[in-house]
Design a binder for this molecule. Structure first.
Ligand code: URA
Ligand code: CA
Length: 440
């Protein structure tokens, strides 16, 4: 078999066989096939696309390119959740504990933040002493004992995807549905999930800007799940503005604790209940979304979700008292309001710009090597649909180092659109299952 023939076949619109897909993934992973040939193939796939079978087989080949987590000694159906990326997305910190409290084992691999989006691991490190480098035995032991554990991604998970993603990033071939869907699903499957709930973001702050593209991505990922025998459900949700009010590590942890206390922002709570309900259904702890929601609301109301979060923090080296007294989490030295310069109604909040403003204050990483400040970030005071007077605060910056305050303020002010009238966007746009697509 020759890589040249595979490139030409796809360039001419042909359908790749299982053997051809395995050949190029194996050859690329072990260094036998050079970047320039794989670049050409990625561009051919970009223009000619791949069908459902090719996409599923590409995913499976990427899964098999490295280590596959063996979580078979965890009792129960392991349901993972994945978000396609957002700003201020604190859902994992809430969904993990409430789902675990309902009896679905949560064995989660998470990443660190890069660029304007945050990472769950960074947020959890707001608890002094929190450990993510758990040996596999301890990781599995914690899931079996308290129902939840979280670890950093191991280096050898889907290495083909790591190489391909880096290559696509510099060859203008990231935004192909099959390649994105395969990339995300390969990592979920390799990390041992039996079933997967996907939060596919749509809007200005998302990867996919239109609902049409977002539903198509959701469908592509659900189809991969069906093909690889992982029950998969995707929820398409709004990212036309940041989720909740907090952006920044410790600030988001405090916001998550608010929700676990039965308070917190309505959109964040609603999204968490929606995603967690789907996880309970896939984990066979509830027959329907409606039944699941009743269970989950009770878990929040009774404090069982908050207690589970405290147990989880303690099991990984943090002080569970901080969950009860979140004021002990890192706090910034100064709070500086960003004032509106005109009156009206908030009509848009560019999530990416808000994320960049947070990054400028030190809440995120410019490069993999940057150090982050866990205490700093932004608390939004106004969301889409809220009336605002000139001189009123749109947001409050939580600051330690004042060097970039001016730049962050300008970014944030520009992120806000203010007009005569506007309505709050619908949060949940629809659900994609193997056999149906429902749009709300
Ligand atoms: N996220 C991924 O992990 N892969 C992609 O291709 C795009 C987004
Ligand atoms: Ca938030």
């Amino acid at each position: 078999m020759r890589m040249y023939d595979i490139i030409m076949k796809k360039r001419n619109g042909g359908e790749l066989t299982t053997e051809e897909i395995n050949f190029f993934i194996e050859g690329y992973t072990n260094g036998e096939i050079p970047d320039y040939q794989v670049s050409a193939l990625m561009m051919a796939i970009y223009f000619q696309k791949m069908n459902t079978r090719e996409t599923a087989e590409l995913t499976q080949a990427m899964v098999e390119s490295g280590e596959i987590m063996d979580l078979s000694s965890i009792h129960g159906i392991k349901v993972d959740k994945h978000s396609t990326g957002g700003v201020g997305d604190t859902t994992t910190l809430i969904v993990g504990p409430i789902v675990a409290a309902a009896g679905v084992p949560v064995a989660k691999m998470s990443g660190r933040g890069l660029g304007h989006t945050g990472g769950t691991i960074d947020k959890l490190e707001s608890f002094a002493g929190f450990q993510v480098d758990l040996p596999i035995e301890k990781f599995i032991g914690n899931v079996n004992e308290i129902g939840i554990a979280l670890a950093g991604q191991t280096a050898n998970l889907a290495p083909a995807d790591k190489k391909l993603y880096a290559l696509r990033d510099v060859t203008a071939t990231v935004d192909n549905l099959s390649l994105i869907a395969g990339s995300i699903m390969s990592k979920k499957i390799a990390s041992g999930a039996d079933a997967i709930v996907l939060d596919v973001k749509t809007g200005s702050g998302a990867f996919m800007k239109t609902e049409e593209d977002s539903f198509a991505l959701a469908r592509a990922m659900v189809d991969i799940g069906t093909h690889t025998k992982r029950n998969t459900i995707a929820v398409v949700t709004d990212m036309d503005q940041p989720l909740g009010y907090a952006i920044g590590n410790a600030l988001e942890v405090k916001e998550a604790i608010d929700v676990l206390n039965g308070k917190g922002p309505e959109d964040l709570r609603e999204l968490c209940l929606t995603l967690a309900s789907q996880m309970l259904v896939l984990g066979e702890k509830a027959a329907t979304d409606t039944e699941a929601r009743v269970i989950l609301e009770e878990i929040i109301a009774s404090g069982a979700g908050l207690q589970k979060f405290a147990d989880f923090v303690e099991a990984q080296g943090g002080d569970p008292e901080w969950v009860k007294n979140p004021d002990r989490l890192p706090t910034a030295a100064r709070e500086i309001p960003v004032l509106a310069t005109q009156s009206g109604v908030v009509s848009s909040i560019e999530a990416e710009s808000v994320g960049i403003a947070g990054l400028l204050l030190g809440a995120g990483r410019e490069t993999k090597a940057s150090k982050i400040d866990l205490a700093v970030g932004i608390l939004l005071k106004k969301k889409i649909g809220d009336p605002v007077e000139a001189g009123e605060a749109l947001a409050v910056l939580h600051v330690n180092d004042e060097a970039k305050v001016e730049e962050a303020t300008a970014r944030l002010r520009k992120a806000y659109g203010i007009s005569e009238s506007a309505e709050s966007p619908k949060l949940i746009k629809g659900i994609v299952r193997s056999d149906e697509t429902i749009k709300f």
